[in-house]
Design a protein around this ligand. Sequence first.
Ligand SMILES: Cc1cc2nc3c(=O)[nH]c(=O)nc-3n(C[C@H](O)[C@H](O)[C@H](O)COP(=O)(O)OP(=O)(O)OC[C@H]3O[C@@H](n4cnc5c(N)ncnc54)[C@H](O)[C@@H]3O)c2cc1C
Length: 353
Amino acid sequence: MNHKSTLYDLIIIGGGPAGVAGGVYAARKRLKTLFITKDFQGQSAVSEGIENWIGNIKISGTELAKNLENHLKSYTGEILTVKEGELCESVTKTTEGFKVKTNEAEYDTKTILVCTGSYRQKLTVPGADIFEHKGLTYCATCDGPLFADQDVVVVGGGNAAFESASQLLAYCKSVTLVNRSAVFRADPITVERVLANPKMRAIMDAVPAEVKGSKFVNTFVYTDKKTGKNVEIPTTGIFVEIGLLPNTSFIKDITKLDKWNHIIVDPRNQRAQLVPPPETTPDARRGESGAGDVVGATATATQRLHNNADGGVSGGGIWAAGDCTDGLFHQNNIAAGDAVKAIEDIYNFLHTK
Ligand SMILES: Cc1cc2nc3c(=O)[nH]c(=O)nc-3n(C[C@H](O)[C@H](O)[C@H](O)COP(=O)(O)OP(=O)(O)OC[C@H]3O[C@@H](n4cnc5c(N)ncnc54)[C@H](O)[C@@H]3O)c2cc1C
């Protein structure tokens, strides 16, 4: 089905804390908004307890996700349409703004706010792909109970790794956390709490080398950085938590990305930089718009569109918020705040155009 007749003010993509915060603010500002999301499961939906979502001493990940979904949906109606279960596949430039293509339809919009978060990075050592779902997994919450009373390994040293270890300690015989460097990236308070459990041990300076088994996993191999020797840990379960990569492939041809594929944004307002069309040069673009070098508060949104020294085009109609951006810190509260900032700017952009 094609929805060509409606030109939205804004399309928001992604149903985590960033997308929902953006949706609530957009609806309250009466921006005609289409909200597209695969689901309302932000990344921390798998978390047993979130203790830093401001205003809640402790809330489970599923409850937070449900609260966000309910808050957004309370605004559905003429001004806000929610398309749940649709996956955004590409974005192209049009004369009026952009065309967003999903697995089900195409939609036209003046502006876009991308809030598509991240996905888990895969372990790439020999055996990791062979034993995925055969003892090697990326979700302690989903698969942890299958490993009750067994000796398991967690790979990683950030908050997600320690959180997985903490969950596994509730039913596993032992948990060995393998960290490739000499320091943990997780919050010190979490590290301290998890390592205090007598069933827990951590190995530092240990670089993953191989996953071995027959039908199922039976050994995790790491290289000890200090000795250079390979060490084997007998185990039946390996939980991988080695970082996240942004969900930005659908937008890569139109916005500038950093080397990890995060969308590069201006942290003051979350504006993304658009990739200039190949046939135009910065000089040609300035000439076309007649914008010259107008900068700062006196420049209109259209003029600001053409003022990027590095050839990128900022203020071109796409904003991004949360974990899909090159922001230095990725947390629920930050994602929500980023999106609020973006909506304030999108509102000004649409009303001063
Ligand atoms: C295990 C774990 C525990 C965590 N615990 C905490 C914590 O205690 N406190 C804290 O502050 N942070 C925590 N975080 C980090 C926090 O979850 C993230 O910073 C936050 O979820 C980022 O929000 P977001 O809205 O940017 O993206 P996400 O939460 O990743 O949401 C992205 C949304 O976009 C949708 N989507 C993705 N691609 C597409 C597409 N192509 N088309 C349509 N929809 C799409 C997804 O379905 C999802 O709804 C945790 C993370 C993990 C993994």
